[in-house]
Ligand binder design. Structure first.
Ligand code: SF4
Length: 105
């Protein structure tokens, strides 16, 4: 029986590397999906309560200018059409159509 030209340790290294290249992107995608859901701020979050944050700006009685929304606030960084991160709310996700008293134009 002919001996394999690839050393067993080398063969094992190649297998582990190939497995890692396949698994790592999948794990990253899964973690990213879970992190997004977990990072969506709740109106009941103490930081959100302090700034009177509402996911639906029309439900914020303190808002006097109907043009003010999270998606046109300087502190908002869009992630998609519905949500983005807010630097004053611990970079958690806020609703694009939300609002809080820290709105900055
Ligand atoms: Fe929305 Fe701006 Fe308030 Fe953040 S600071 S919650 S982006 S209005």
């Amino acid at each position: 029986m002919a001996k394999s030209p690839v050393h067993p340790r080398r063969r094992r290294f190649i297998k582990l590397t190939a497995t890692g290249l396949v698994v790592a992107p999948l794990a990253t995608a899964l973690l990213r999906g879970n992190a997004s859901a977990a990072d969506l701020i709740k109106e009941s979050d103490p930081a959100a309560v302090k700034l009177k944050y509402k996911a639906d700006a029309t439900k914020a009685p303190e808002r006097t200018n109907p043009a003010e929304l999270c998606d046109n606030c300087l502190l908002y960084e869009s992630k998609d059409s519905a949500y983005g991160t807010c630097s004053v709310l611990e970079n958690k996700l806020v609703a694009a159509k939300g609002w809080c008293t820290a709105w900055s134009g």
